[in-house]
Design a protein around this ligand. Structure first.
Ligand code: NDP
Length: 331
């Protein structure tokens, strides 16, 4: 806060569910950390697709609220009983509403340390989306060298990271994207093949043609409604469809017999927060991702930086498929 405005914190507030225009710049009272909490000066807040589901009311929220789950910054004050974090530490978090703001109160147990070699914007870009890519390739379907893997929205925030991690494990990644610019980014992240899924009538047929008719071992599908059928039809016998998002809308109910007909297929719908269930698990996974960033295995592309007050434009661009890589808000 500037001098003379000690008690005013710039933030984005939502008072009713709706389109991007409900993201309203406002000023709020200076928050104070309670027991077990820390107060952090936000250096960068992450914009994630889940923010749009929450804003629209697909995930019901208690109103009014300050949106944003993710950010990185420097600790300014500690609440009672906080021992493993100090004032001045650099931390990041991805499970804390209120992040679209200059200052945010974070549960100390949900804050992870940011290593010296990782800049604030990269720390945000690597956290929610990086840990998602990490559990998808290690835990949901452990990718093996030689696997054919289909990654939808391969130039998106999660997509670029997922493509890199699967490629690093020796998989052959087939990415889908909507534009030539995104195709270039997906190839840069390691995709061996790229399909413009907006320009084909037979996505599954294209995937089969690229895999000698066999189909892929796993599909990572965060697009949902518009890709789900083609994803199922792209799998090899006993392949796995990992549905982890709904950027194009939710998938209608599925008849389990389709898994039988498709070849004893597996279908799962995983979420990050079940893969970092304890502070220890969260810190371990974040540390693994940050180590991959620091040693150069994982290149985090910050696609877009918007001033905090332009949160509305950031959401519009994300939902209109105009973004690539990570989208940040800068207070
Ligand atoms: P992205 O940067 O991937 O943006 C979404 C991308 O989806 C777009 O850029 C676009 O790429 C593609 N897309 C396809 N159809 C549509 C459509 N109709 N409307 C909008 N986008 C579309 O976002 P994130 O990296 O933040 O998130 C990606 C997905 O992963 C989301 O579905 C999100 O919910 C999910 N997710 C799930 C998590 C979990 O734990 N389950 C955790 C984190 C993210 P193109 O133009 O190339 O088609």
């Amino acid at each position: 806060p500037s001098p003379g405005h000690d008690l005013a914190v710039r933030a984005i507030q939502i008072t009713e569910a709706g389109g991007p225009d409900v993201l309203t710049p406002t000023e709020l009272d200076d928050p104070a950390p309670g027991p077990g909490q820390i107060l952090v000066e936000v250096a960068a807040a992450g914009v994630n697709f889940i923010d749009t589901y929450q804003r629209e009311g697909i995930y019901p929220m208690t109103l009014p609220y300050v949106p944003g789950m993710e950010g990185a910054g420097r600790v300014r004050a500690l609440g009672a009983g906080v021992e493993d974090v100090a004032v001045g530490d650099r931390v990041a978090w991805c499970e804390q509403l209120g992040s679209y703001a200059e200052l945010v109160v974070v549960e100390a147990a949900k804050a992870v340390p940011v290593p010296d070699g990782v800049a604030d914007d990269v720390a945000v870009g690597a956290l929610l989306q990086g840990m998602t890519a990490h559990f998808l390739v290690h835990d949901t379907y452990p990718v093996q060298a030689g696997d054919d893997v289909l990654v939808h929205a391969a130039a998106g925030g999660v997509g670029l990271l997922l493509t890199q991690l699967a490629t690093a494990k020796g998989a052959r990644v087939i990415g889908t994207v909507s534009t030539p610019e995104k195709e270039e980014l997906a190839r840069g992240a390691g995709a061996a093949e790229v399909i413009r899924y907006t320009e084909t009538d037979d996505l599954a047929g294209d995937v089969r043609a690229l895999t000698g008719g066999t189909g892929v071992a796993v599909v990572y599908d965060s697009v949902g409604k518009t890709t789900f059928d083609a994803s199922l039809d792209s799998l090899r016998v006993r392949g796995m469809l990992v549905l982890f998002g709904a950027a194009s809308g939710p998938v209608p109910p599925v008849d389990p017999q389709r898994l039988n007909r498709g070849g004893s297929l597996f279908l799962t719908r995983p979420t990050l927060f079940h893969h970092v269930p304890t502070p220890e698990a969260l810190r371990a996974r974040a540390a693994a991702v940050y180590a991959a960033v620091a040693d150069g295995t994982l290149d985090v592309r910050i696609g877009h930086r918007y001033p905090l007050a332009d949160a509305r434009t950031a959401h519009e661009d994300l939902q209109a498929r105009r973004t690539t890589g990570k989208v940040l808000l800068l207070p």
